[in-house]
Design a protein around this ligand. Structure first.
Ligand code: UDP
Length: 240
């Protein structure tokens, strides 16, 4: 079931249900793309109709941030919970590992995707890492050719939003992959360059606060996030 939050229709799934749906999509012999919007995406999508369309046309729309879950609750259409992109990515890696499938990692600074790949293979030895490419390229078509030549089943696209979602919508089906997932800074986490918040912080819904503590330069970007809750309250008010 879909739940619309500030113009973006989210899939209302638990992590397990999202993993099950992801497995089904990976079985199908056609391209799918998955997006993991957080509150920053919702603010950007309001001002960028193409981004909004690309999010709504995705095969799976997962609520990455606790801010999305709060907004849904404020709007009176609560979601079952959040499904962090990185956890969905781990579930898809486990699935690919069983199938001995092919993985391509696209994005982040030079060297990061290789290191992320090395660490992923340590944990999921059945996976074939069929290619990597940093996210600071000029020629989109060349990158498409490189990805397609590697014949991936699964593709992580980590270029930041909205670049990664627009890339997947535009080029994804030409890669031959069965699934592409837009994952923001996930390659930095897989490569061990950035730590995720400890579980206790995650359980309290404070992952954003931990990130702010570690990367204070994000303060400017994050200062606008409470605006999403205000907008959600405004929407609910309008609907009454
Ligand atoms: N990035 C990239 N190409 C670009 C801009 C960003 O590969 O042109 C990468 C950047 O190095 C980082 C990721 O995209 O690894 C985006 O990280 P960010 O923290 O902005 O994303 P979030 O996790 O907040 O969605």
């Amino acid at each position: 079931m879909k739940r619309e939050i500030l113009g973006v229709a989210f899939d209302d799934l638990t992590r397990q249900e999202a993993a099950q749906r992801g497995r089904e999509l990976l079985e199908e012999d056609k391209f799918h793309y998955v997006v993991t919007p957080n509150p920053e995406f919702l603010l950007a999508a309001e001002r960028d109709p193409e981004f909004c369309r690309v999010l709504n046309e995705a095969d799976l729309v997962l609520a990455d941030g606790v801010g999305v879950v709060y907004s849904a609750r404020i709007m009176g259409t609560p979601l079952k919970g959040r499904v962090p992109g990185i956890e969905f990515a781990q579930d898809m890696l486990a699935c690919l590992d069983e199938k001995k499938g092919r993985l391509f990692l696209l994005g982040a600074k030079p060297g990061v995707a290789e290191e992320a790949g090395r660490r992923i293979l340590e944990r999921y030895p059945g996976i074939v890492l069929c290619g990597t490419q940093d996210g600071y390229f000029k020629d989109e078509e060349n990158v498409l050719l490189k990805v397609a030549a590697a014949r991936p089943d699964l593709l992580f696209v980590c270029l930041g939003a909205p670049k990664q979602e627009k890339w997947m919508a535009r080029w994804g089906r030409h890669t031959g992959a069965r699934m592409a997932i837009g994952l923001g800074g996930a390659l930095d986490v897989f490569a061990g360059k950035v730590e995720r918040a400890p579980e206790s912080w995650q359980k309290l819904g404070l992952e954003w606060a931990y990130r702010l503590k570690k990367e204070p330069q994000r303060a400017g970007r994050m200062a606008r996030l409470p605006l999403v809750l205000v907008k959600a309250a405004g929407e609910r008010w309008k609907r009454k």
